[in-house]
Design a protein around this ligand. Structure first.
Ligand SMILES: [Mn+2]
Length: 399
């Protein structure tokens, strides 16, 4: 039995390689793919993240790019089910084979790539990641600078034999990258600036995993004034970390997460950047286009529970009936592998059910997905608290 190359199945076997010469470079900048997200909770939803990754690789082939940048959080944690990793390795192998290794995937580690969910263990210090494995298998180029070294040795050229290095040159573009530098990377950045070589013949990209203050509400980031010093040596600051897309001052770029990792991500503009760099009359010209990915659809529904319910089953029937009528228009086949089936974010409001009727979210979710064409349901219980009676105040005062 031969296992088909997934890119050949989708794109046919004709590949046009990018041979437009040294002065024209094209790349895709993506980030925060979060492979492995929701893998324990919902297998089909979890595949959406792998699907988004495959879509990025397909875009790279279709647009004949020279390389792909991944700004960290490629994986959602160190915990990865074997089946999922096998799938990812197969896709990367197929990609390498289909493109004859001409499109390099250049990545750095984000905070999630080194994160372990188990309690109480500082695993980050052990320096392991799935990206390191993919790098050792020759499927990606993982950039990491040696920040303890002397300035001129911080960024060694990536060596394909040792599979180590902090920078790589493709045509007249030089890409510098480091691992996630923690929550306060400022002290490292002046070191990094000194180590980046200013050369008018090269277009410098710095690949980093941090956010910029003010771009996301209540999420800490770096003050933009504190990185102005990089501007003179960096033509394109390629970021990852914030799941919301932003472009600042025509040199700072953050594409946002490729799938919605949590419900709030759905409200953000997200996607990938397709960047073209052309050297014209000794000057670099840059064109950045935004590409949105085909993500899983989602919908929000609010149900008010104002009736008296005798038992848990009555509540479930009530919710199911409400949903069946409001989602009537979804006439898809109910099969979890159907990619058209949306995710439902369900808000329950009104009177909080009594203790004996308390909602079991897992049960309710299972029943909803069994009866309606939805891939997954996330339930938010936002009931108003029952008013305290005068008696309960008096009792509380006595105790
Ligand atoms: Mn992330």
């Amino acid at each position: 039995m031969t296992i088909e190359n997934c890119f050949e199945t989708i794109l046919g076997n004709s590949i046009v390689l990018n041979d437009t010469g040294h002065d024209f470079v094209k790349f895709i900048h993506a980030s925060d793919i979060h492979l492995g997200a929701v893998q324990y909770r919902n297998d089909y939803r979890s595949n959406d993240f792998i699907q988004a990754f495959q879509e990025i690789l397909e875009l790279a082939i279709k647009h004949h790019v020279d390389f792909i940048l991944l700004g960290g959080d490629v994986f959602t944690s160190l915990e990865m089910l074997p089946g999922k990793l096998t799938k990812i390795v197969k896709i990367l192998n197929d990609f390498k084979e289909f493109t004859n290794g001409t499109i390099l995937i250049i990545a750095i580690e984000g905070n999630h790539d080194i994160r372990k969910f188990s309690r109480g263990i500082r695993f980050e210090r052990r320096g392991q990641s799935w990206l390191k494995l993919l790098n050792n298998l020759g499927l990606i180029v993982l950039l990491d600078a040696d920040l303890d070294a002397l300035s001129e040795e911080i960024f060694e050229l990536y060596n394909f034999d040792t599979k180590r290095g902090g920078k790589i040159q493709i045509k007249n573009v030089m890409i510098y990258g480091t691992r996630y530098l923690g929550e306060k990377p400022i002290s490292f950045l002046s070191k990094i600036r000194k180590a980046i070589v200013k050369n008018d013949d090269l277009f410098n990209i710095l690949l980093q995993h941090f956010g910029i203050e003010g771009q996301m509400e209540n999420v800490p980031g770096i003050n933009i004034e504190d990185i102005q010093h990089l501007k003179h040596r960096v033509n394109y600051l390629a970021l990852g970390h914030f799941h919301k897309q932003f472009i600042l001052e025509n040199w700072i770029y953050n594409p946002g997460s490729s799938e919605a990792v949590c419900s709030v991500d759905n409200s953000f503009k997200r996607g990938v950047f397709l960047v073209e760099i052309l050297k014209k009359f000794e000057k670099f010209e840059k064109k950045v286009s935004i590409i949105r990915l085909i993500n899983r659809k989602y919908l929000w529904e609010t149900i008010y529970l104002n009736n008296e319910f005798r038992n848990k089953k009555d509540i479930e029937i009530f919710i199911l009936n409400r949903l069946s009528s409001s989602l009537k228009y979804l006439n898809f086949d109910i099969h979890p592998s159907n990619p058209q089936m949306p995710i439902l974010y369900l808000i329950l409001k009104g009177k909080e059910p009594s203790r004996s009727c308390r909602i079991n979210e897992k049960d309710l979710k299972r029943k909803i997905c069994y009866n309606l064409p939805l891939v997954d349901v996330k339930i938010y219980q936002k009931f108003r608290k029952p008013l305290k009676t005068l008696d309960s105040y008096i009792l509380a005062g006595k105790s």
